[in-house]
Write a protein that binds this ligand. Structure first.
Ligand SMILES: [Zn+2]
Length: 238
């Protein structure tokens, strides 16, 4: 094969790798962020749940204290009942006792609801914490790998650029110019193999005589239709 063509294929490989590295510049931080977010969100859910648990326990204690006081007052009312003198006093005290009893019943009901909420929060807390452990184990290893990749990315890109510059020195300037123009314009492969007697970039059929010329590789041919540089590979000879 023509020396420039071999070198162009090497250049294309380097450019593909460079493209991949440049894409990593975007997707590595995104992946890192999404793995960190997964952990953060679980931590937040745990914090919210803990707050609910704390709040329901606090309210529960408050109602318990109030019920305690209410019951003491009820005792006091019961004692007063024994020394009541008039019907009017009796009616008033009975009403107070009834109201107090109703209040106690309401608070007991609320306490039960709070206990159920606390149980639910405790259960959810255990569930979330075990999820966090699992996610942390999984994501930590992945994060380590990704952060390593991210930290060596710049050096890898610089190495590739040096490699590219060294290679490009040995290729005909004009051919490099054509290559770069196609690569920019078509956004991808600039050197493509002939496949099924057609350009594998745009699928335009190539005349048999031209195929023979490409096959001989005496000089570089571009596709009439898309302008991509055509190569012959031995596995493609049908
Ligand atoms: Zn073409």
């Amino acid at each position: 094969m023509q020396k420039d063509l071999t070198l162009l294929l090497g250049l294309q490989e380097i450019d593909d790798q460079l493209g991949e590295l440049e894409r990593s510049r975007i997707y590595l931080p995104e992946m890192i962020q999404s793995l960190e977010k997964e952990i953060d969100e679980l931590n937040q859910a745990i914090a919210i749940n803990d707050k609910i648990l704390e709040e329901s326990q606090r309210e529960q204690r408050m109602f318990e204290l109030e019920i305690e006081t209410d019951k003491q007052e009820l005792d006091k009312f019961q004692k007063q009942m024994k020394v009541i003198k008039t019907n009017k006093e009796y009616d008033a005290l009975t009403a107070e006792i009834d109201a107090k009893k109703q209040g106690v019943a309401d608070k007991e009901e609320k306490t039960l609801a709070l206990m159920a909420a606390a149980d639910e929060a405790r259960e959810k807390s255990a569930e979330l914490k075990s999820m966090l452990t699992e996610v942390k184990t999984r994501n930590t290893t992945q994060l380590e790998t990704l952060r390593n990749q991210e930290s060596t990315l710049q050096a890898k890109i610089e190495d590739k650029i040096i490699e590219r510059n060294n290679l490009i020195k040995d290729i005909n300037r004009q051919i490099v110019g054509v290559y770069e123009r196609i690569r920019k314009g078509k956004g991808g492969m600039a050197v493509v193999p002939v496949r099924k007697r057609a350009c594998s970039g745009c699928f335009k059929q190539i005349p048999p005589q031209r195929i023979q010329e490409i096959r001989r590789g005496d000089r570089i041919f571009a596709c009439d239709s898309c302008g991509r540089i055509l190569t012959w590979t031995d596995e493609e000879n049908v």
